[in-house]
Design a protein around this ligand. Structure first.
Ligand code: SF4
Length: 484
């Protein structure tokens, strides 16, 4: 008698299998990207996919082992694969247990720059009318601190928030005091073009551990054309500000964001080089958004999703080359997506979520006290569309804002899990609902995804990343490191 049973004794007979939920997309080279319920991705030939969906699998074959390991099939009546999927789905959705961590206070709508792609429709004058008052700031801080999250991030935006630094100077210590009184932690960010940065402001940021986030669109000529200001020296001031902040606060306390205009399209390598030259810790390649002056000045319409994807792919490949040569320098959007694709960890980024991050991820307190479900929602309000306005700090509470019929309807309507096209898309577990974008571009928070540039960009980037992970081991190792 043999002591051990052969492996086939432990494998089911062909008729005992059943399919688990799966979705697939064509890769364009005869292969398919196939994902399970929680978004584990695998590329298969048409023949292999056909055999899995038809359950035409020899239990002793490698294809069966792969399909079972990727949770695409299971033995009939088995409970363990379902329990594993349920547990992992719960982990991926834990962002819902940490609602509204980010609170954005628009300190002023005034700005001394006049960027044609400005998404917030800045104003140049009238301090009385466009600055947030102290009373409004105090009420906004109270609402922010009454959200259930223990850890709150307060971000001061504009316009140019340093034009109302007096408010920030009072609001930061006040928020710290109030947070301590209610047992919460609070951190601070100022989003600024750095043109008005002074030693006093830097000293304040050091004392209160305030982080700075700025805009840098690339080399001087490109940046200055994108971001005009009196004197034409936006780049000079921004780069000098970055250097000073790196010295005063530490390299990890200052970050920069770029916006891609039509003029940027052929220059992605130069843009990346500028970030490397300034010793920034990575870059976020960002397309223009359809809000504010970006629409009024028609900047938003000057390039489409395929131009953007060419730009992004060239940029990502160049950044990977820089990493292969020994410099650790992530592209932050790819890093976020790879983390979504390869782990079940909670991702804080509010745009890669369904239920959408509007309200549940962030609340925005405008200079006049009006509260919006997202930064883009307040940008839209400056264009006359108040769809994402939830209330006013004057009489609102956190609960009344989050449980408002308006927000519940918008979030419920935009779920990718059941939206047409998204619900059958292989990338759905890693994508995000963007109701503000789809409302703006298609007058529908769900969006008609085959016509959506957001969808085209998301699919393009996730397909590119999947190819790199599957076909290019050296690049895959770098992407995995970014996701760690
Ligand atoms: S928006 Fe597009 S890429 Fe994202 S889940 Fe929906 S169909 Fe897929």
């Amino acid at each position: 008698m043999t002591r051990f049973q052969p492996p086939s004794s432990f494998q089911p007979a062909a008729g005992e299998l059943e399919l688990l939920p799966l979705r697939f997309e064509r890769l364009g080279d005869g292969r398919f990207i196939v994902s399970n319920l929680v978004g584990d991705l695998v590329t298969l030939s048409g023949l292999e996919l056909g055999r899995i969906t038809a359950l035409d699998l020899d239990p002793a074959s490698e294809l069966y082992v792969l399909a079972a390991e990727k949770l695409l099939v299971m033995r009939k009546g088995q409970r363990a694969p379902l329990q594993l999927l349920a547990m992992r789905l719960r982990s991926r959705m834990t962002f819902l247990q940490h609602p509204s961590q980010l609170h954005i206070l628009v300190a002023t709508l005034r700005c001394e720059h006049s960027c044609p792609y400005c998404q917030v429709s800045r104003r140049s004058a009238d301090r009385e009318r466009y600055d947030m008052s102290w009373e409004t700031a105090v009420k906004a801080i109270e609402v922010a601190l009454s959200s259930p999250s223990r850890h709150i991030k307060l971000e001061f935006q504009g316009g140019e928030p340093l034009l109302n630094f007096e408010l920030i100077e009072r609001a930061v210590p006040h928020a710290k005091e109030r947070a301590a009184a209610v047992g919460k932690e609070v951190e601070f960010v100022i989003t600024t073009n750095l043109a008005l940065l002074t030693d006093e402001i830097l000293a304040f940021c050091r004392t209160h551990n305030v982080q700075l986030s700025t805009s840098l669109d690339g080399p001087a000529d490109l940046h200055n054309r994108n971001r005009p200001r009196p004197g034409g020296n936006s780049h000079e001031l921004a780069t000098a500000g970055i250097r000073r902040a790196q010295v005063a606060l530490g390299k990890d306390r200052v970050g920069a964001l770029m916006t891609t205009t039509e003029r940027s399209l052929g220059r992605v390598e130069e843009i990346v080089d500028e970030y490397l030259r300034l010793d920034l810790d990575g870059i976020f390649l960002r397309p223009l958004s359809p809000y504010g002056f970006a629409v009024k000045t028609k900047q938003f319409f000057k390039y489409g999703a395929s131009d953007w994807l060419d730009f992004y792919e060239r940029g990502l490949r160049y950044i990977l080359k820089v990493n292969r040569e020994g410099r650790n320098f992530p592209e932050f959007y790819a890093a976020l997506l790879v983390r979504r694709m390869l782990t079940d960890r909670r991702v804080g980024y509010v745009d890669l979520r369904s239920p959408a991050g509007i309200g549940l991820g962030a609340l925005v307190y405008n200079y006049d006290g009006k509260v919006f479900a997202s930064d883009e929602g307040r940008m839209l309000a400056e264009m006359g569309d108040r769809t994402f306005e939830l209330g006013d700090v004057e009489d609102a509470s956190y609960a009344s804002l989050i449980l408002s019929d308006k927000l519940v309807d918008l979030v419920g309507a935009s779920l990718t899990q059941c939206a047409p096209q998204c619900s059958t898309c292989a990338f759905e577990p890693h994508c995000g609902a963007d109701p503000v974008y789809h409302h703006t571009t298609q007058n529908d928070p769900v969006g008609i995804k085959p016509l959506s540039e957001f969808c085209a960009r998301q699919k393009g980037i996730m397909t590119l990343i999947t190819r790199l992970l599957e076909d290019s081991p050296e690049d895959a190792a770098i992407l995995r490191r970014w996701a760690a």
